[in-house]
Design a protein around this ligand. Structure first.
Ligand SMILES: Cc1ncc(COP(=O)(O)O)c(C=O)c1O
Length: 402
């Protein structure tokens, strides 16, 4: 749009917040750069042949799946999800409780449409997934933030935060939490805290958005019951995705929650994209029906466990442990690094000179301050050779950044 047409821009568009990671990825795409920045799956593990086999659903169901579909999602895929998720959800979901979405990113957008008026509050962990807070921000949400430790958000601080905001006339609509292998922290929200979180949500009448794209990528440790499965009041909207357990290019996610919220979200979705591609939903369903979701998941888990271990080994070999610390994640995609004596921004400049990239911690702080001594490393994408070279360079960059 030329400058003369600037006056046509909406207020939302004038205030829109581009993702710092997207901006950073331009820099990262230089030739020779080793990137640990984007949270991307390893293309080497994509089940290309199996997905191609699943595409044969077009010859069998083509007359149906090349048509417009229902906004709520392709019924056979919803039925598969309802069955497959019984252990995680604690019971079988009804079709009315499920909405298939265009990636799980869309769930955040649709929930904001359904709940958030400009100026309303959303409670977030700090740090948190910036894709989510970017979307919330674009809906005019304001943020209340909760600090985290290695067991997730410090839920005991929630009542104080909530009561202060209410006393000041604020409206709090939902609590956003990434329960398993947090992005960017890599930690789980403990069972004890999940139970407390629900009690608090119930006491104050606030919804919980339980975002769980990494929960099925667990390398070790006991699975913790989902907040959804612990909930008796219908206060939880559970969000999941095929992005990390099949491939993000499918852009198929799903959510489950109380019927009236799902219905509202579906109406907003109708106005956004009518429905998620029926062809792709059918291909994902066929892939699942043929048993590939089940048979490939252990391969994905083993592959990423190896990659995590390989990065851990490189950390031990090349990083100055008096200057940087980290917690080994039990699943998911990320390491969260802490450099008490070094500003992550300065380290990032040094790292780019040496042709390696990560995401600086401040990008994950929705209120704009914090994370100055942190950065996120994704271990799933880079090859083992590149990881080794890259971490060696990271060690040098840390030493040169003091
Ligand atoms: C915590 C979290 N939620 C949601 C998403 C969105 O995933 P998608 O839209 O690909 O399903 C991501 C992607 O990285 C994520 O890290």
């Amino acid at each position: 749009m030329t400058d003369e047409l600037e006056h046509l821009l909406s207020l939302a568009s004038k205030n829109i917040r581009p993702s710092p990671i997207r901006e950073m990825l331009h820099m990262v795409r230089q030739p020779g750069m080793i990137s640990f920045a984007g949270g991307m799956p390893d293309p080497e593990i994509f089940p290309v042949e199996q997905f191609q086999e699943a595409a044969s659903v077009i010859s069998r169901e083509g007359k149906d799946i090349l048509q417009y579909g229902t906004t709520e999602g392709y019924p056979p895929l919803k039925e598969f999800i309802a069955e497959w998720t019984i252990p995680r959800m604690g019971r079988k979901l009804t079709p009315e409780e499920i909405l298939i979405t265009t990636g799980s990113s869309q769930i955040i957008d649709l929930l904001c449409w359904a709940l958030v008026d400009r100026g309303d509050y959303v409670i977030c962990e700090e740090p948190t997934f910036l894709g989510a807070t970017g979307t919330m921000f674009n809906h005019g949400a304001r943020f209340l933030t909760v600090t985290c430790d290695e067991n997730g958000m410090l839920v005991d601080s929630l009542p104080g935060i909530i009561e202060k905001a209410i006393a000041e006339g604020g409206k709090i609509k939902f609590i956003y939490t990434i329960v398993n292998f947090h992005n960017p922290l890599g930690c789980d929200l403990s069972l004890e805290r999940r139970i407390k979180l629900l009690e608090i949500a119930k006491k104050y009448g606030i919804l919980i958005l339980e975002d769980d794209p990494y929960g099925y990528v667990r390398f070790e440790g006991e699975e913790i019951p989902s907040v959804f499965s612990l909930d008796r009041e219908g206060l939880v909207l559970y969000a999941c995705s095929f992005s990390k357990i099949l491939a993000p290019g499918t852009r198929v996610g799903w959510c489950a929650g109380r019927e009236n919220i799902i219905r509202k979200m579906a109406i907003f979705k109708q106005g956004t994209d009518t429905c998620t591609s029926v062809v792709v939903q059918a291909m994902v369903w066929e892939y699942c029906r043929l048993g590939y979701l089940e048979s490939f998941l252990p391969k994905i888990i083993n592959h990423y466990r190896d990659k995590r271990d390989q990065m851990e080994k490189a950390f031990q070999a090349y990083l100055p442990v008096d200057k940087v610390s980290w917690l080994k994640p039990k699943g998911g995609f990320f390491y969260w690094m802490t450099t008490p004596g070094i500003m992550a921004g300065k380290l990032f400049e040094k790292a780019i000179e040496k042709k390696i990239a990560f995401v600086t911690g401040n990008a994950f702080y929705p209120t704009g301050s914090g994370g100055e001594h942190n950065f996120r490393m994704c271990y799933t994408f880079a090859s083992p050779e590149m990881t080794d070279i890259g971490i060696k360079r990271l060690g040098e960059a840390i030493l040169e950044s003091e």
